[in-house]
Ligand binder design. Structure first.
Ligand SMILES: O=C(CO)[C@@H](O)[C@H](O)COP(=O)(O)O
Length: 225
């Protein structure tokens, strides 16, 4: 039995999940046209499910999602996979704890990325979700694993689940694809509010001990357990 046949049930679920999660990207104003993408790891297998490249959000379906191996090769699907497939495959190879990766071009976050400036931790939301500033990764060319290398070198050992890739956009990670989408949504909100705060004066940093407590509470206590 082929690996794809072995995980047919999981792939059916992940195709539906990854396809549906894409709806959040335009809904939250994180992308325009066909920019951006979501992927999910296939647990226990060297496989991922990712968006087809250059297909409009309204046309994304479970059936046109593409299954690739973690070298970025298509193993199931009729479409060419996202331009970021090799980058995201690299992340899955190097960070086994990651179950989902998201890429957006959300406008306030890209404005910070265009200046290669990390977003300082001056709001509780930033402390909650990112555990500190949102970092900047290196400029990297699109299409191979260069972006993936930048993501891994920036986020490995960081509490932040999002990186602003210089001159490009947001890449976020999480234990699931949904959590990576959440990080992308939060990243844009933090980028916008900190930008607004800077227009009014100098934002006040949150002291490290409070950042640590906020992060711990949000990660371990907040919500339904
Ligand atoms: O910026 C990039 C490439 O990193 C992408 O967001 C493209 O804009 C859309 O790529 P596809 O996922 O449609 O190939």
């Amino acid at each position: 039995m082929s690996v794809v046949a072995e995980v047919a049930g999981t792939l059916t679920r992940l195709r539906a999940e990854v396809s549906a999660l894409h709806a959040h990207l335009p809904a939250y104003g994180l992308v325009v046209w066909t920019a951006g993408n979501v992927s999910a790891r296939v647990p226990g297998h060297d496989l991922m499910v990712i968006k087809p490249s250059g297909v409009h959000y309204a046309e994304l379906t479970p059936e046109n999602m593409v299954v690739c191996d973690l070298d970025g090769r298509v193993v199931e699907g009729e479409h060419a996979p996202s331009s970021d497939t090799e980058a995201q495959a690299y992340v899955y190879r190097k960070m086994p704890e990651v179950g989902g990766v998201v890429h957006t071009h959300s406008p306030y976050a890209v404005a910070w990325a265009a200046r290669a400036e990390p977003i300082p931790c001056v709001t509780t939301m930033c402390a909650d979700e990112f555990g500190g500033p949102i970092p900047v990764g290196p400029f990297a060319m699109i299409g191979d694993d260069s972006i993936g290398r930048g993501i891994v070198e920036t986020l490995r050992g960081s509490r932040s689940p999002a990186v602003l890739m210089q001159n490009h956009g947001v890449f976020s990670i999480g234990p699931t694809a949904e959590s990576a989408v959440k990080a992308a949504v939060m990243c844009e909100d933090v980028a916008r509010t900190v930008h607004l705060a800077q227009q009014l004066g100098r934002p006040v940093p949150i002291e490290q001990a409070s950042v640590d407590r906020l992060f711990d509470r949000y990660q371990n206590v907040y919500g339904q357990r």
